[in-house]
Write a protein that binds this ligand. Structure first.
Ligand SMILES: Cc1cc2nc3c(=O)[nH]c(=O)nc-3n(C[C@H](O)[C@H](O)[C@H](O)COP(=O)(O)OP(=O)(O)OC[C@H]3O[C@@H](n4cnc5c(N)ncnc54)[C@H](O)[C@@H]3O)c2cc1C
Length: 394
């Protein structure tokens, strides 16, 4: 059998795992990324709310197996009809294409947001923005903190609430509780969109005095008047805003055909195989794919493994598994666990669950190379939502 060429656009969590999982003797593998740095994005949360100084960036080359070629270029166009990926400097032909470009936050999509985020930061964009949140929290002396997600599409669905919980913990430990009001806002009808998780976290929000504003899609921000306005006609006056900007699929790549993109610039795919609609030899994985699961590193990981199996052996199916860690503060956490067949289940909030979140962070770099594949197989089997539902009830 002749060797086939695989071009992977994006060397983030999904693209790196996929590149390292393909058979060396069957494929010529090229990863194209505009950056040669790989960021462990979940750390943004801990930089913003705990002042973490832990190293969260590595050179992408060091994370790829030797036989994988890495090209540092920005992709400007993809012609799926003729099988060509274009960058500013060149063209790459492929037998198989995998799009793993992620999603990016863009504060300029909401009037006034770029201006206030420039000053106050946010914990979804980059290290510098996360550091601004930490600096502003430390300089805070009482008043109203408005924290939330401005748009339904966002990385890691628990992260907006994680920010609210960690803010409350910080304020409490600093002795500012009596002088501070924390308002969490969300475009969704509940504090956490999935009902079973909401059942667990809503009492905690109440107990910690965090006010929740639902159906709050940010429309505009009046920076001079310190007020956030929602499309629904509500408003919040703040002293300290911590606002997650809207996220969309990356802009700046011209696709032929354009019809593979949805209105959020995500790639339309078959939810089981991650195949791009209408193209047998093209796939999209991770945040970039319009798949009805969470935008998380765990999903990018599992989807990468499915596509690797399809290319290596010819058959595999993604079951829509979600497994998002969720830090609720004070050393406790839970996981958001579900699949296409099992809507998100009830799962307890415990110290050990937060410990597991930190374990996953510690082994992230090794997991990109497949070091812990056997352990992950067992772990995901043991935490299968159908199995856990029996233990923890509906
Ligand atoms: C605050 C926060 C907390 C989070 N917590 C968790 C968590 O606890 N658990 C979890 O599982 N997930 C978490 N996530 C989500 C997780 O980080 C992402 O879902 C994951 O990184 C997605 O992987 P990906 O490969 O799809 O995209 P990414 O890792 O974002 O990689 C995309 C890559 O594409 C490249 N790229 C983009 N455009 C181009 C172009 N035009 N040309 C070339 N290259 C391009 C980028 O440079 C980047 O390297 C969190 C995210 C945030 C922000």
């Amino acid at each position: 059998m002749s060797r086939k060429s695989v071009v992977i656009i994006g060397g983030g969590a999904g693209g790196t795992i996929l590149a390292n999982s393909l058979r060396k003797n069957a494929f010529d593998i090229t990863v194209i990324d505009k950056s040669d740095k790989h960021y462990f994005q979940p750390q943004f949360l801990y930089i913003a709310f705990k002042g973490s100084k832990e190293n969260m960036v590595r050179n992408e080359r060091s994370l790829l197996k030797k036989h994988v070629k890495l090209v540092k270029e920005s992709v400007s166009a993809v012609d799926l009809v003729n099988g060509i990926v274009k960058t500013v400097d060149g063209e790459y032909r492929y037998d198989y294409l995998v799009i793993a470009t992620g999603i990016t936050s863009n504060a300029s999509l909401i009037s006034g947001l770029a201006e206030i985020n420039e000053k106050f930061g946010d914990y979804h964009t980059n290290v510098e923005q996360s550091k601004k949140v930490w600096k502003n929290l430390n300089g805070f002396n009482g008043g109203t903190i408005a924290i939330g997600q401005s748009y339904p599409l966002c990385k890691c669905p628990p992260s907006p609430l994680e920010g609210a919980f960690l803010t409350e913990e910080f304020i409490n430990l600093k002795g500012l509780k009596g002088k501070t009001k924390i308002i969490f806002f969300t475009p969704y009808p509940r504090a956490y969109p999935a009902e079973k998780v909401n059942d667990e976290v809503e009492p905690l929000l109440k107990a910690r005095g965090i006010e929740v504003r639902t159906f709050f899609d940010v429309d505009r921000i009046d920076a001079a008047g310190n007020t956030i306005y929602s499309i629904e006609g509500d408003s919040i006056k703040y002293d300290l805003p911590i606002i997650i900007p809207p996220c969309k699929g990356v802009s700046g790549i011209r696709y032929e055909p354009q019809s593979i993109l949805n209105t959020d610039n995500l790639i339309k795919v078959d939810k089981y195989t991650c195949r791009v609609e209408g193209f047998d030899n093209a796939f999209a994985i991770g945040d970039a794919a319009a798949i009805p699961t969470s935008k998380s590193g765990v999903d990018a990981h599992l989807e990468a493994k499915v596509v690797a199996k399809i290319l290596n052996k010819g058959d595999a199916k993604f079951d829509g598994r979600t497994h998002c860690p969720f830090d609720v503060g004070y050393g406790k956490g839970t996981f958001v666990i579900g699949s296409y067949d099992e809507p998100v289940i009830r799962y307890p909030i415990t110290h050990i669950n937060l410990f597991m979140k930190h374990v996953m962070a510690k082994i992230y770099w090794g997991s990109l190379k497949g070091t812990y594949d056997d352990i992950f197989d067992i772990y995901f089997k043991e935490t299968n939502p159908a199995k856990l539902k029996k233990k923890y009830g509906k």
